[in-house]
Design a protein around this ligand. Sequence first.
Ligand SMILES: Nc1ncnc2c1ncn2[C@@H]1O[C@H](COP(=O)(O)OP(=O)(O)O)[C@@H](O)[C@H]1O
Ligand SMILES: [Mg+2]
Length: 329
Amino acid sequence: MTTRDENILEVCNLRTHFRTDDGLVKAVDGVSFSVKRGETLGIVGESGSGKSVTCLSAMQLVPRPPASHPTGEIYFGNTDLLGLTEHEIEKLRGERLAMIFQDPLTSLNPYLTIARQLTEVLEVHRGATPTAARRTSIEMLERVGIPDAAERIDQYPHQFSGGMRQRVMIAMALLCGPEVLFADEPTTALDVTIQAQILELIKDLQTAIGTAVVLVTHDLGVVAGTTDRVAVMYAGRIVEEGTTAEVFANPQHPYTRGLLESMPRIDTPLQKTLYAIPGLPPDLGNLPTGCPFHPRCGLATDQCRKTYPDSKTVSSTHRASCWEVEANE
Ligand SMILES: Nc1ncnc2c1ncn2[C@@H]1O[C@H](COP(=O)(O)OP(=O)(O)O)[C@@H](O)[C@H]1O
Ligand SMILES: [Mg+2]
């Protein structure tokens, strides 16, 4: 049994719904997971499965409206983040909780120099002197691979390319050494070498200060190389969760198997067409009854079409929600 002491983050039955012109969109619908100090949890799933909204909910950054206040609990240590006022969560964000966004423009202010934005974090949260804050900021920019950091720190975000802006944002997120880092497709816009450097930097931070990382990615290669555990999301829910080794070696949910089969591998012959999961990702505003994956699943039965499957125990560290899975209770 893990206790709340071991888990720096514990998400229980999180629901985040949007009211839209097309009706109620259940972007996150009953998600539970936990992350221990120093651990990396990968969240994978096709686009639109609710990965970003899960992270944004914990940071209290989901736009309200159209979203209503998320329900459930998100414990950060013993504090339920969902119960905090805007002022209280603001004190945690940037210092103890940080997020690397899919879109770097959302977190950089176009009107302030990079220096202003980075040093402010250190001065406000850490009480650093302006000189020390500038030195630390330049060091961090160098670590994320920005050339001529000492000069470029005085430029504005628009003077950086998309990839460079992504690095600035990563530097900003890592600056205070957060206890929990949500990294939402952190390296998607970057080339492979920089990707590896950034993932390495995040690993260093984990070793040095025990940061827990929630890594959102659609790249199963990244998951295999960097995560301890993985949660697979489909239509706003986690359909399979386990240690990364177990899920890769013994995937249970047909969706997880589909994701793994559609992953290019080093031994895939060049002329071979990669497998693609049939059908389209579901419309979250208009989900089918039963298991939302059933219209795309080759194993679907009447039961799958009628009732959402219970979460079944595969091992003490591996669960999956599919009627076809044999439980090992
Ligand atoms: N601001 C918004 N307004 C309305 N619906 C939204 C908004 N943001 C997200 N959604 C809905 O939530 C779903 C999940 O989004 P998201 O978490 O961003 O998916 P992903 O898994 O690709 O990160 C989307 O398919 C969309 O329907
Ligand atoms: Mg996303």
